[in-house]
Design a binder for this molecule. Structure first.
Ligand code: NAD
Length: 263
């Protein structure tokens, strides 16, 4: 069966771990030519090696998404090697802390926004001219349920993901007439590097069965379950979908009440 991304080129940020890693492995299986990026070079190279071992085409480059210059260099690398850019997955992100606003330092807000918002802004800004030339492209921003509602992350993190969701909508409206689609995915609780300490704490205190219990499916998810949704948005199967923020959250944003205690 032909791969769903055969002949397409994609950039994936934050590909060294979690959702980005799962997406890179899936995209490679579906035939995409990949440029993968992360600040963690060791993890990044290990994902690159995994992909090469299975016959995929991939280039890895250490990149800090909060640097516009590094993003430009990443895009130039992609153009040099694969001549065009069909797909951009803005996945790199950090969670920031859980302190209350009064205890948070301004630097923390700046760091979270530099990575979670400005990273996708720089990458989108610099891929759009190339996508316009080819009159096609799909950009997927990895936001969070924390950007839709309170209660799923720290204050700065939630605000950054809300900003990313509306950036998705506004930029999608700017470039729709060029056949460029921009969407966001809003994951719920996924077991990744970011949430590992939380999962380890739950397991070590016998609270494993409480993980994800507030969503309708009553469990946390694996990164692959998010990667499948990203693949769909990246593929031509999603050709009429743009400007949307799609939760992949086991139904946690579907209800105002705690499952089992509906009024
Ligand atoms: N895990 C969850 O429950 C969850 C829920 C909602 C949204 N998300 C979002 O999913 C995305 C992926 O996170 P994950 O859960 O897979 O976590 P993760 O920590 O496993 O992966 C994030 C990757 O981003 C990289 N990264 C961090 N800062 C970077 C920077 N400045 N430049 C380049 N790379 C950088 C990290 O090194 C890491 O490899 C994030 O945007 C996160 O906010 C995760």
């Amino acid at each position: 069966m032909a791969g769903r991304l055969n002949g397409k080129s994609a950039i994936i940020t934050g590909a060294g771990s979690g959702i980005g890693r799962a997406t890179a492995l899936l995209f490679a299986r579906e035939g995409a030519n990949l440029v993968i990026a992360d600040v963690n070079e060791t993890n990044l190279n290990s994902v690159r090696n995994e992909i090469i071992k299975t016959g995929g085409t991939v280039i890895a480059r250490k990149t800090n998404v909060s640097s516009e210059e590094e993003i430009k260099a990443l895009i130039n690398l992609e153009l040099e090697k694969f001549t065009n850019i069909d797909i951009l997955v803005n996945n790199a992100g950090i969670s920031g802390g859980l302190d209350t606003l009064e205890d948070q330092k301004s630097e923390e807000w700046h760091q979270v926004f530099d990575i979670n918002v400005m990273g996708p802004v720089y990458a989108t800004k610099h891929v759009i001219p190339h996508m316009k030339q080819h009159r096609r492209g799909s950009i997927i921003n990895i936001a969070s349920v924390a950007g839709l509602l309170s209660g799923a992350g720290g204050n700065a993190y939630s605000a950054s993901k809300a900003a990313l969701i509306n950036f998705t909508r506004t930029s999608a409206c700017e470039v729709g007439s060029y056949n460029i689609r921009i969407n966001a995915i809003c994951p719920g609780l996924i077991e990744t590097g970011m949430t590992q300490p939380f999962f380890e704490w739950a397991r070590s205190t016998g609270k494993e069965n409480q993980l994800g219990k507030y969503c309708e499916l009553k469990r946390a998810a694996h990164p692959e379950e998010v990667a499948w949704a990203i693949l769909f948005l990246a593929s031509d199967e999603a050709s009429y979908i743009t400007g949307q923020a799609i939760p992949v959250d086991g139904g946690i944003t579907a209800s105002m009440s705690i499952p089992g205690r509906k009024i």
